[in-house]
Design a protein around this ligand. Structure first.
Ligand code: ATP
Ligand code: MG
Length: 391
């Protein structure tokens, strides 16, 4: 598929955006990790899958690490269940010598694997059986982001893949992904956990000395609210987790540093809408602050008019004339639709230009809105082609 139209030059004589060279990025053997990030629902999973498919069909050995993909996309890729093993994707053209695997991240399983790998078997059993652990490992906010980082580190260390494409989880804030390791560390290292750990560690009297009467009243109150059993669970869990905690933090830092290396490229995905672009802007700045290598922006689901020579104003005027005459209702409707679309395109271009003037050095590529959701390999291939085609 080719893009319907070249991008319009930026308004007021400004330069248009620098082109994001997706084709070059995917073919470059030095590109080892691509992380797709952006706010919710903008097309991160679709972009990650399309990039992975394209790279595989161009001869690279690729694994896509995806989080919670839309059901139909998962099915069409043959991913029927959550597990932590990369699965080969059927239907990929492997004639160039590449392969595509995909893996849906199972947070709880990843958490369990870490505990099993880093605690002695008795401790591991104790942690895994702990009800507090069970709910934390599947629901603590940030675990999803943290686990994506953890799994990425594991896949990279295995050195089995030419390229790892990472899809990031939907999050309220696009920044959660970068903050996750620190947040988990803060949580585990936090005062609340320390207090709860203290009885298990120090025993009653020492515990009283450690935290003082005020806090003892506080924990008594918690015991009343949460129930003694739960408090005991939390306490046993936290002290057991203490044994593996050092490893957690260390590996998170390793993965963080891995993300800063030149083999990694961040791709920020946004829809041509004010909120998504505002968030993309923020993300671009944050990546720069953290010294993470940014490849560029994917502007996904853009609308381009197929007859740019017919302006919205002329199209509207013609539609009105036709409507007044009461003839050719279909032509009038088509003209109105064209006017709508042209106005939408103008709005989208303005938003893009606004982003580009704030971040003139950030390369951009555009992907047109497809007629339908992107649910199969054929439409993923089209998105991949659009990503790699200059605007
Ligand atoms: N270029 C496109 N044209 C048409 N539909 C698209 C396009 N890109 C994505 N979609 C559709 O938009 C929906 C959201 O896309 P996707 O799941 O990739 O977004 P996401 O950013 O991963 O969302 P979340 O934040 O929920 O994980 C999907 O139904 C997908 O098929
Ligand atoms: Mg997604």
């Amino acid at each position: 598929m080719t893009k319907p139209l070249p991008a319009k030059p930026a308004a007021s004589g400004r330069q248009g955006p620098v082109e994001l060279d997706v084709a070059g990025l995917l073919d470059d053997p030095r590109t080892r990790i691509i992380v797709c990030c952006g706010s919710g629902g903008v097309g991160k999973t679709t972009t990650a899958a399309a990039l992975g498919l394209r790279a595989a069909e161009r001869g690279r050995d690729v694994v896509v690490l995806t989080v919670d993909p839309a059901r139909r996309l998962a099915q069409s890729m043959g991913l029927s269940r959550l597990d932590n093993t990369p699965r080969p994707i059927a239907g990929v053209d492997e004639s160039a010598g590449g392969r595509l695997h995909a893996m849906m991240l199972d947070m709880k399983r990843t958490f369990d694997e870490i505990v099993e790998a880093h605690a002695d078997p008795d401790r591991a059993r104790q942690i895994l059986a702990n009800p507090f652990y069970q709910s934390l490992s599947s629901s603590f906010s940030g675990t999803q982001e943290y686990m994506a980082m953890e799994k990425l580190g594991q896949l990279r260390r295995s050195d089995e893949w030419d390229l790892i494409v990472v899809d990031t989880p939907p999050s309220r804030s696009a920044l959660d992904f970068l903050d996750a390791p620190e947040r988990l560390g803060r949580f585990l290292d936090g005062r609340f956990i320390k207090i709860l750990t203290a009885p298990a560690k120090a025993g009653g009297r020492a515990y009283m000395r450690l935290i003082g009467a005020g806090f003892s009243m506080f924990t008594n109150a918690i015991t009343k609210v949460l129930g003694a059993q739960l408090l005991k669970d939390v306490s046993t869990f936290a002290s057991a987790l203490d044994t593996v905690f050092g490893g957690f933090q260390e590996r998170a830092e390793q993965t963080y540093r891995l993300l800063q290396t030149p083999g990694t490229s961040f791709v920020v995905v946004a829809a041509p809408e004010p909120d998504a672009l505002r968030e993309a802007s923020y993300f671009v700045e944050r990546l720069a602050e953290e010294r993470m290598p940014l490849a560029g922006l994917v502007l996904n689901r853009v609308h381009r008019s197929r007859a740019p020579e017919l302006s919205a104003a002329r199209s509207l005027a013609a539609a009105e004339t036709l409507e007044e005459s009461g003839r050719h209702p279909l032509a009038a409707a088509a003209l109105l639709m064209h006017a709508d679309r042209t106005q939408l395109e103008t709005r989208e271009c303005r938003l893009r230009d606004h982003f580009t003037s704030a971040h003139p050095s950030v390369p951009v590529t555009e992907v047109p809105a497809q007629a339908e959701d992107v649910n199969d390999l054929t439409s993923l291939r089209e998105v991949g082609q659009a990503l790699a085609t200059p605007n």
